[in-house]
Ligand binder design. Structure first.
Ligand SMILES: Cc1cn([C@H]2C[C@H](O)[C@@H](COP(=O)(O)OP(=O)(O)O[C@H]3O[C@@H](C)C(=O)[C@@H](O)[C@H]3O)O2)c(=O)[nH]c1=O
Length: 183
């Protein structure tokens, strides 16, 4: 398993080993002991799976406020995405900064996004399926979003506004300046 930190070091990209043979491959996509040794020591309690039909489907930027804050371990089962994490920890030296990684079914990469971050992704292909583990249960009342393309964040998604599909919630999300971080 290869693990490396992104520019915000608490966000990590993990690439589990694949054992390939004539049939295809085998891979341990999560192993509590190996992840703990790599510094990721969280108790995941829920697995999520989303399917996005269109290229340019953008989900984000999302968070759950404490005490329902979630760490996330994200991977792609089919297709590919750009995954983005924004540091929303008020006391962090990298508050307001973002990192991204390209995850695909082919490259097998995963991204670990800790609590205290906004999270989102955009699909690079039609029919993209994303699976992720979270370490706190869904709590709709604690769910929040921030506008994905706020100029103050200046995230390089690689997509213009006219090219993305958003949920109504995400299309109406407040900007970064109107977001009071609960972290
Ligand atoms: C996230 C979630 C949603 N739902 C329901 C609520 C709603 O009716 C429906 C769709 O929810 P959403 O529109 O929030 O789904 P989506 O926009 O895919 O939200 C997800 O986006 C990515 C980027 C994340 O980081 C996730 O944590 C989550 O926020 O599914 C659950 O029942 N459990 C869950 O854990």
């Amino acid at each position: 398993m290869d693990v490396h930190s992104l520019e915000i070091p608490e966000v990590k990209v993990i690439t589990p080993r694949r054992f390939s043979d004539d049939r295809g491959f085998f891979s341990e996509t999560y192993n509590a002991r190996a992840f703990k040794e790599a510094g990721i020591d969280v108790d995941f309690v829920q697995d999520n799976h989303s399917y996005s039909a269109q290229k340019g489907t953008l989900r984000g930027l999302h968070y759950q406020a404490p005490p329902h804050a979630q760490s996330k371990l994200v991977r792609v089962l089919r297709g590919s995405i750009i995954d983005v994490a924004v540091d929303a920890r008020k006391a962090s030296p990298t508050f307001g900064q973002w990192v991204k990684a390209e995850l695909s079914a082919e490259n097998g990469r995963q991204i670990f996004v800790p609590r205290g971050f906004l999270h989102g992704f955009v699909t690079l292909e039609p029919d993209t399926e994303v699976a992720y583990k979270v370490d706190a249960f869904y709590d709709g009342a604690s769910d929040g979003s921030v506008r994905w393309n706020d100029p103050a964040l200046a995230i390089d998604w690689g997509f213009e506004e006219s090219e993305v599909s958003l949920s109504a919630k995400d299309a109406g999300a407040p900007g970064w300046a109107d977001f009071t971080s609960p972290f």
